[in-house]
Design a protein around this ligand. Structure first.
Ligand code: NAI
Length: 385
């Protein structure tokens, strides 16, 4: 038996992370305040393993061993012997802080306390602890069993030893790890913002409808789903909240400004697939057909990809991650066909900069201001790689 791992909060993410840890030989102790959620998590892990068995990806003995590694607990005290605890409870800072300060009283001093938060700062969670150096962000993607990427986020107070140990553990679980600075949205949720925000702006201006924008990104950018299909899939409630939080945390920088279109869908309860209606109506079999004018599709694609690349360039400039990690994160966290910086080199940095400058000039809106790094590279005639 390798490590003993505690999982706090066994909803969608917690159950997935528990399965990943148990599949890698760890003893996993799951704790949740809701008995119902604990039972549901065990059922979900059971059926996930059963599917792997049916697909011949697991043998019966392996399945049983993994399942036997997992136990459920309704007392936080039961997690005392853990080497690592990953918290995946509700996204609420006050509640998370309460959990972290209680945990600290229970576990050994060398136990790593990690949060799977998507939008809160690790520094703010660590502030609840006396031993702040052992608090870190370990951010999985949904579904945790299938998505290869995990962002590892040290806060200002995390020790190097805790970072190195966390990084090594998650790598050992077969995940692709990237190091991200403790800033809003970390890497993926920050770099991906324009995919949604700029697509909605294009729609709001009447330049194209949802189906055409989706088609442009799928056909020219080889994205698996267009922005509107993806927002309906993620849920407009979840996506709107992330957008709003990132914008607020960036002190209302217009680059991250949410749109009223998405806010209204959220307010109206039109969340997407889970409510059968969002940008698209899933009650009808007929989906709207895109306009396939090559000039229009190219215009849409160039505008959205320029905004995505600008965000990646700015993140590199601000040292949110290394060039390689920023690219790897988008390939492995959201299935982009290639990293945005690599993509920028291929398209040509001057083309991207021209597009941003003309949008900035036309709209007079600072959301289109080009990253200093992009300007510098064009001036020097250099590339990202
Ligand atoms: P969820 O709502 O499915 O599960 C949360 C679980 O936490 C529930 O089972 C609830 O009973 C439990 N819980 C609430 N308060 C608790 C407490 N004080 N002590 C113990 N258990 C408690 O949530 P989900 O979607 O799994 O998200 C969990 C965390 O992971 C959040 O921080 C979220 O931002 C983050 N995350 C979510 C992703 C997603 O796509 N859903 C992706 C990556 C991160």
């Amino acid at each position: 038996m390798k490590l003993t791992v505690g999982i706090i909060g066994t909803g969608a993410m917690g159950a997935g992370i528990a399965q990943v840890a148990a599949s890698n030989g760890c003893k996993v102790l799951m704790y949740d305040t809701s008995k119902e959620m604990l039972t549901k998590a065990v059922d979900n892990i059971g059926s996930s393993l059963q599917k792997l068995l049916e697909k011949n990806k697991l043998k019966v003995e392996e399945k049983n061993t993994i399942f036997n590694h997992i136990s459920v607990h309704s007392q936080m005290h039961d997690l005392a012997a853990c080497d690592l605890i990953i918290e995946a409870i509700v996204e609420d800072l006050t509640i998370k802080k309460g959990v972290f300060s209680s945990l600290e009283e229970i576990v050994r001093p060398d136990c790593i306390l990690a949060s799977n938060t998507s939008s809160l700062s690790i520094a703010s969670i660590a502030a609840a602890c006396k031993q702040k150096e052992r608090v870190i962000g370990i951010h999985f993607f949904n579904p945790a069993v299938l998505m290869p990427l995990v962002e590892i986020i040290p806060s200002l107070t995390t020790s190097e030893e805790v970072f190195n140990r966390s990084y090594a553990i998650i790598k050992d679980w077969g995940k692709v790890t990237v190091k991200a600075k403790d800033t809003p949205g970390f890497i993926v949720n920050r770099l991906a913002r324009p995919f949604y925000g700029e697509a909605i702006k294009i729609y709001e201006e009447g330049m194209a409808d949802f189906a055409t924008i989706d088609y442009a990104m799928k056909s020219l950018g080889e994205f698996k789903m267009g922005p509107f299909e993806l927002m309906d899939f993620i849920g407009n409630d979840v996506n709107y909240r992330v957008t709003e939080t990132v914008w607020q945390q960036f002190f209302y920088d217009p680059r991250y400004r949410p749109t009223l279109t998405q806010k209204r869908l959220f307010e109206a309860g039109l969340f997407g697939r889970k409510t059968n209606k969002g940008y698209y109506d899933y009650n009808t079999a007929e989906m709207p057909q895109p306009n396939t004018s090559p000039e229009l599709l190219q215009k849409i694609f160039l505008r959205i990809i320029a905004m995505l690349i600008n965000e990646a360039a700015e993140a590199l400039f601000l040292q949110i991650g290394t060039r390689e990690d920023l690219d790897l994160a988008m390939e492995k966290g959201v299935n982009y066909k290639k990293g945005l910086l690599k993509w920028a080199d291929e398209i040509g940095l001057d083309i991207i900069l021209n597009e941003l400058n003309s949008l900035h000039h036309w709209f007079g809106d600072d959301r289109y201001r080009a990253s200093v790094l992009l300007k510098q590279k064009v001036k020097e005639g250099s590339r990202f790689y």
